[in-house]
Write a protein that binds this ligand. Structure first.
Ligand code: SF4
Ligand code: MG
Length: 315
């Protein structure tokens, strides 16, 4: 059921077989049609890798993807193609993913060309662009002629041109002004309502997650340590890491009480994972058992999962 991804590790010694580094381990996650799930974690936690595995750009070393009840277990070319057709990835920096010599109209039309679905006539493409809030006079431009916000909208229009079942958006608001950020996130909400598209929003920004998501998964060193409805994650986090992340978020409301100190120290490297609970060197609730034994998942509520020996009590 669960997905694991590993890549060859780096070894400087000649003739030494390269060890494989586990990036993601035992991730089990379901995203329903029309659901927006935010995956939150610090950089290097494996979020982007998970996104790539979901859209068929990276081959898991173990596990399976289930799409619409259909199991894609074999990682054959055919399964990858199915996954790529049903999903779309919005890259962190859309402009670098666009061909600089192509006009925006053909960039948006490209998935239709490749998959042989839908019309690639200019008025059909303009309609997709306008649904994504990109006005049609921009279609004749080249990628460098768009602003950051316009480029995001072009990427969304491109993704929408083949109506994917799942859109994975990697840091969709990075580098955008606050007002433009809200526009992009509200566009996701509109698309979800109109097409019942599922979204995985990858972000390190809790405010972004709060704005768009129905559910949040918290990632630490390639594992999901807590998953729950967005409101419960913000009001009653159960994992000490989640609580610490919330505490380190800039507080827009000065009346909000700060109860947790921010997370201490750096994220350990994937090549040097701590024993037991991997969060223990940074956890202020760590006990002897945490250093020895990796915690299993428990469910404090039917829709809430936490991976900790000593989950926090709700306030
Ligand atoms: Fe902290 Fe222990 Fe829970 Fe890990 S298992 S998060 S170290 S209390
Ligand atoms: Mg990333």
């Amino acid at each position: 059921q669960s997905l694991s991804v590993s890549v060859p590790g780096r070894s400087r010694l000649p003739f030494v077989k390269q060890p494989r580094l586990d990036i993601l381990r035992d991730i089990s996650l379901t995203i329903g049609a029309g659901e927006i799930l935010a995956m939150v974690g610090e950089s290097g936690s494996g979020k982007s890798t998970f996104g790539k595995a979901l859209v068929g750009l990276m081959k898991p070393s173990a596990g399976q993807l289930v799409l619409d009840g259909e199991i894609l277990p074999d990682w054959s070319q055919k399964s990858f193609r199915r996954m790529r057709q049903a999903t779309a990835l919005l890259f962190q920096d859309p402009v670098t993913s666009f061909d600089p010599r192509q006009r925006i109209a053909s960039i948006i039309a490209e998935p239709r060309h490749i998959q042989g679905v839908g019309s690639t006539r200019l008025d059909a493409i303009a309609e997709m662009a306008e649904r994504a809030g990109l006005s049609r006079h921009l279609l004749a431009r080249f990628p460098h002629g768009l602003s950051g916000g316009q480029a995001r909208r072009a990427a969304v229009a491109r993704a929408l041109s083949v109506v994917p079942k799942l859109i994975v958006a990697d840091e969709p608001t990075a580098g955008l002004d606050l007002s433009v950020q809200a526009g992009v996130l509200n566009l996701f909400l509109d698309i979800r309502d109109e097409y019942r598209t599922a979204f995985l929003i990858i972000t390190h920004n809790l405010a972004v997650a709060r704005h768009v998501s129905d559910r949040i998964a918290i990632m630490y060193l390639g594992q999901i340590v807590e998953t729950g409805p967005t409101r419960s994650i913000f009001t009653a986090p159960r994992h000490p890491y989640t609580a610490a992340l919330l505490a380190s978020e800039p507080v827009p409301d000065p009346a909000r009480r700060r109860t947790e100190p921010p997370v201490i120290g750096e994220v350990p490297s994937l090549a040097n994972r701590p024993q037991g609970c991997e969060f223990h060197p940074r956890c202020r609730f760590a006990q002897e058992r945490c250093r020895r034994e990796a915690p299993a998942e428990t469910r404090p509520a039917p829709d809430h999962v936490v991976r900790c020996h000593f989950p926090l009590a709700p306030p």
